[in-house]
Design a protein around this ligand. Structure first.
Ligand code: DGJ
Length: 470
């Protein structure tokens, strides 16, 4: 009975949503989300809802996030199935208020206040030039789709405030969580009952740990918070912690996902309340540091082993049964990897002179992609995707180069990997380790060193195999 009621509610409350908007423009209805690809809306345009959040209202899921196209700042989409997204307009633009004329808005999040019947948006406010303003800002509206009244920007209790999120608890209290002290710490503030102001700071979490991109969910008696480390637009290892109270004490960190969190950074945790059970999605941005507008999205099921232990595994595509709260998923095995250098957070790349150095992350650059193939005695061969050539240490004294495929020991490498996933590559012929070097004339390049460093110590010989999750 509950299921039938749910279906009828969805059909009538978002009346005309598919019957009208979708067929009128003749876009094919999608049945899966393809993680890490550019999402398009029901009109075939790119979805710009980066750093976004979700809210269920009137039977629809709303997705509200950053839109940096033209003079826009915050965009709004809606969907019945979390797969087909209809653009509903921009909620804030540079014309919405004088203070927004030269602003950058990041990570906007909206919650609904049952008492005041208002939708309240909190966001990270900066001027376009850099991140030094470090404020939050607030806007509100009686309708989820706006118009929103921009209420201004400020530093909560005079604290710097950058990456942020909101969490609305089951008792109606709401919290604002934001990175502070130049990204060193994370503050948690309780909001006033109308959600428009900070009531008081209730915790400073993980002093000096440099966590950002907070996303909170409540499971049973526990609050869980997922965060990333601070590495700009580049992905790093996601971690979560839990607590019985938003004020803490919070647990130690636990890793989730791969060492680059499948090339994502958290933006929110989306509960799907089905008729029988509630399931949860980890929703994340896959920022493209080379081209922000090409940043994409990743939605992954969160598997709770119990209320304080979670797992996030890669799925390539996903559909959601919003009535039952269940997922259907497909997984493609990764074919390529990028090889990240620990000391600069950049990725191995051939250089014009035939040596190997590194470059910043770009998902489009084929030169950053490598294919690892297993060979005898646990050794691997490392082929560059673009040139088809292999990493070769044939000249003992010189730099490591790319060379045509030869069945030689100089093209065989053994990986010694530590618990965090950082590897040292040792050549079969020379018994030396790959090491990044620098000379005054040249940028970094790979050589080999006979002195093999301790794999647990952060150093010039540490690399991470970051699989390309598609
Ligand atoms: C990571 C943050 O999470 C993003 O929202 C953005 O601020 C970038 N850093 C900027 O480098």
């Amino acid at each position: 009975m509950k299921i039938i009621k749910g279906v009828l509610f969805l059909l009538f409350s978002c009346y005309g949503f598919y019957g009208y908007s979708q067929s009128a423009i003749n876009m094919p209805v999608k049945n899966m989300l393809l993680n890490g690809t550019i999402f398009t809306d029901t009109q075939g345009n790119k979805v710009h809802a980066h750093g976004g959040g979700f809210l269920k209202s009137g039977g629809c899921y709303y997705w509200i996030g950053e839109n940096r196209q033209n003079n826009n700042l915050v965009a709004c989409y809606r969907s019945l199935d979390l797969i087909n997204w209809e653009f509903r307009g921009n909620l804030l633009s540079r014309n919405s208020a004088p203070e927004l004329e030269s602003a950058n808005i990041e990570r906007p999040k909206v919650i609904y206040n049952e008492e005041t019947k208002m939708f309240v948006m909190w966001m990270h406010y900066e001027l376009r030039r850099d991140y030094s303003v470090a404020r939050c800002a607030v806007a509100s509206s009686v309708n989820i789709e706006g118009p929103y009244t921009y209420l201004g920007s400020f530093r909560p209790e005079d604290n710097m405030s950058r990456d942020c999120n909101l969490f609305k608890d089951s008792d109606g209290k709401a919290y604002f969580i934001s990175t502070t002290r130049n990204n060193l710490d994370m503050n948690v503030y309780e909001l006033t009952p109308d959600y428009l102001h900070v009531k008081s700071k209730i915790a400073t979490l993980w002093p000096g740990a440099m966590r950002e991109a907070p996303a909170v969910v409540k499971k049973g008696d526990y609050y869980l918070m997922m965060t990333s480390y601070c590495t700009g637009w580049k992905p790093n290892q996601g971690k979560y912690a839990y607590s019985r109270s938003m004020a803490g004490p919070w647990s130690l960190f636990h890793n989730f996902g791969s060492p680059t969190t499948f090339d994502t950074q958290p933006t929110c945790i989306l509960p799907i309340e089905g008729a029988q059970s509630t399931s949860y999605l980890y929703v994340a941005d896959r920022w493209d540091p080379a081209e922000y507008p090409n940043s994409s999205y990743v939605f992954l099921p969160i598997i709770f082993k119990n209320d304080t232990t979670l797992e996030v595994n890669w799925v390539s595509s996903l559909s959601v049964n919003c009535i039952k709260g269940t997922f259907t998923t497909k997984i493609n095995s990764p074919q390529y990897c990028r090889i990240k250098y620990r000391l600069s957070d950049n990725y191995l790349s051939p250089q014009p002179d035939g040596t190997i150095g590194y470059k910043g992350l770009s998902y489009k650059l084929q030169t950053l992609k490598w294919i690892l193939s297993e060979d005898k005695e646990g050794y691997v061969r490392i082929k560059n995707q673009e040139s088809g050539k292999f990493l070769d240490a044939k000249n003992e004294e010189a730099k490591v180069v790319l060379a045509d495929s030869l069945n030689l020991d100089s093209q065989l490498w053994k990986l010694k990997t530590n618990q965090e996933g950082w590897s040292c590559f040792i050549n079969k012929l020379t018994r030396k380790a790959l090491q990044m070097e620098r000379s005054q004339q040249q940028p970094e390049y790979l050589i080999q060193s006979a002195e093999i460093e301790d794999v647990n110590r952060k150093g010039k010989q540490q690399f991470l195999i970051a699989w390309e999750y598609q």
